[in-house]
Write a protein of this length. Structure first.
Length: 297
């Protein structure tokens, strides 16, 4: 297959590059910081244009792993977050419609579209009530994929990623723990520790992308990307501390962080139907993440 990965230097994008290239696919990359070459496209930070990308090559699959993925950023920079997560997605869809209409398009959305659901587990048709501009923008990007499938017959699919983690991720819970552990013996985190997340290791996430490419109908389809396992933040933090710095202590300040949900647990029945099987438990995943952190030193 010919696969284009937009946002190829990011956490998910870089792992997609490694995985699909190792499987013998022809892989192209696109990023704002890429050096232009035969298989790499440089995208402008301002007024991005994807026309040239799809005019010069016919791709079987386009994976969009670009955009902002930071709830806090979206409160301070809602216009920029909208540009990165909505406008750029529309630009990609227009370019595909005009020059590469048979290309399968996968866009990474987020569980942030759900907000605080009333019941668990969360199924894909759970009402969406985002708690942040970021969540609203991801939901708008999903609607664009539905629109372009319905009216222009494009092959589109949105992946609602829950709490993804693994080597190369330099944000969110485990990176925060790492950064704070370098500065203090007592690590303070927001919340009570009883908040829950559904963690998915990067290798399993990439497995899901592969299964979607091979088995999804691409009819504006939406999938939860998670493991169907509810883990408290306190439990996750303890696993990390025990693996990386057991002499450190984690405390919770009891303050709610703006935009953060209370409890997440995904229903992953639709993923299982297309062949998904978890390969990495959270304790093993954290061990792998810690090994990567130690290599950074």
């Amino acid at each position: 297959m010919k696969i284009l990965i937009i946002g190829s230097n990011g956490f998910i994008g870089s792992h997609c590059i490694d995985y699909f290239a190792a499987k013998g696919n022809y892989v192209w990359c696109a990023n704002v910081s890429e050096l232009e070459s035969d298989r790499c496209y440089k995208i402008k930070r301002q007024n991005s244009d994807f026309t040239t990308v799809f005019k010069t090559q016919q791709f079987d699959v386009c994976i969009n792993a670009s955009g902002s993925a930071h709830v806090g950023f979206s409160f301070g920079n809602p216009s920029k977050d909208f540009e990165l997560n909505v406008i750029n997605v529309q630009k990609i869809l227009i370019a595909i419609r005009d020059y590469n209409p048979n290309c399968k398009f996968i866009n990474f959305s987020s569980a942030a579209v759900y907000g605080n659901p009333k019941t668990l587990p969360i199924i894909e048709n759970t009402p969406c009530k985002p708690l942040s501009p970021y969540g609203f923008h991801k939901l708008q990007s999903e609607l664009l994929l539905t629109e372009y499938h319905k009216f222009f017959n494009l092959k589109t699919c949105s992946l609602r990623v829950f709490s993804a983690y693994g080597p190369r991720l330099k944000k969110q819970l485990f990176w925060d723990l790492y950064q704070k552990s370098l500065k203090s013996d007592v690590i303070s985190l927001y919340g009570t520790g009883n908040e829950t997340r559904d963690f998915v290791y990067i290798d399993d996430l990439i497995q899901i992308v592969d299964l979607v490419i091979r088995n999804s109908s691409f009819e504006g389809t939406i999938y939860n990307v998670a493991n169907g396992v509810e883990t408290t933040i306190s439990e996750a933090a303890s696993l990390y501390i025990n693996a990386f710095c057991p002499e450190k202590k984690v405390v919770f300040n009891g303050e709610a962080k703006i935009g953060d949900p209370n409890n997440w647990l995904a229903d992953v029945s639709n993923m299982i139907e297309i062949g998904y099987k978890k390969t990495t438990s959270i304790d093993k995943g954290i061990e792998k993440y810690v090994l990567w952190l130690k290599e950074l030193k």
